[in-house]
Design a protein around this ligand. Structure first.
Ligand SMILES: [Zn+2]
Length: 106
């Protein structure tokens, strides 16, 4: 058995900030889909350029999803959004139910 780490509020808060930031990027990518496609359509309204834009968006989505999925919960040390094969963007840790706004200062 691993010894439980001594609780450090500063590390805890920065870990929570990191999880929240990665979530924000991920959601921003999803929300950004429509404006991005509209912008691409305005600049170059061809199937080809739309497909390229979509491809770039998918890559960004994949990266942000991966980053947020690999963010670890500072309380239990497991992946905050990943439990086995399921990736869920809930507001609580899937393992210890730590709330996403925990450790928020101000
Ligand atoms: Zn946890």
């Amino acid at each position: 058995m691993e010894e439980p780490k001594t609780f450090d509020p500063a590390t805890f808060a920065s870990s929570m900030r990191l999880i929240r930031r990665r979530r924000k990027y991920f959601f921003a990518t999803i929300i950004g889909y429509l404006p991005l496609m509209l912008l691409a359509n305005k600049i170059s309204p061809t199937i080809r350029s739309m497909a390229i834009t979509f491809g770039i968006w998918v890559v960004i989505l994949f990266i942000t999803a991966l980053y947020s999925a690999l963010a670890r919960c500072p309380r239990c040390g497991n992946y905050f959004h990943m439990h086995g094969m399921s990736l869920l963007y809930l507001r609580r840790c899937l393992h210890c139910h730590l709330h996403i706004s925990e450790g928020k200062t101000g």
